[in-house]
Design a protein around this ligand. Sequence first.
Ligand code: HEC
Length: 128
Amino acid sequence: MMRMFALAPLLALVACSPTTSPQAGRGLFDQNCVQCHGKDARGGDTVPDLTGLALRAGGPYPQSMVLDKLDGYARGQAAYAGVEMPQFGYLLTGPLMRVELPDGMSREMPEKIVALDSYLRSIQRAGD
Ligand code: HEC
C-alpha cells in the first residue's frame, strides 16, 4: 500500500514532463530557431511569423503541419522567397514519446520536437 502512495506524485510528474514543457521548447527555440525566425518568433521578409500559425491556418493551431516541418518530413515543400527551412538532426536525437494528434491518430516523436511544438502552440496570437 505504501508503495502506491509513493508512486502517485511520480506519475503526476511524468504526465507534465519538464522535457516537453513550453519552457523547454523555448530553450530549444533560442538555440536553433531565433537566427531565422527571430527572438519573438515573428519572422521577417523571407521567413514566416511563427506566432501566426493558427491564424494563417484559419483555425486551430496546425499541429500536424508543425510536427511534419520539424521532423524534416515536410522539408523543402514550401520554400519561402527562396529560403528553405533547414533540417535539424539534433532535434531527432534523445528520448521518444507518443503524441496524440487532434485527428485521433498518434505518432512517436522525439521529446525535443514535442517541446518545440508546445512552445509554438503557447505563443499563437488570437485565432487558436
Ligand atoms: C535557416 C533559417 C531557418 C531556421 C534556422 C529555422 N527556420 Fe523555420 N522556416 C524557415 C523558412 C524559410 C520557412 C518557410 C519555408 C518552409 O516552410 O519550409 C520556415 C518554416 C517554418 C515553419 C512552417 C511555417 C508555416 O507557416 O508554414 C515552422 C513551424 C518552423 N519553420 C519552425 C521552426 C523551428 C521550430 C525552428 C528551430 C528548430 C526553425 N523553424 C528554424 C527558416 C528557418
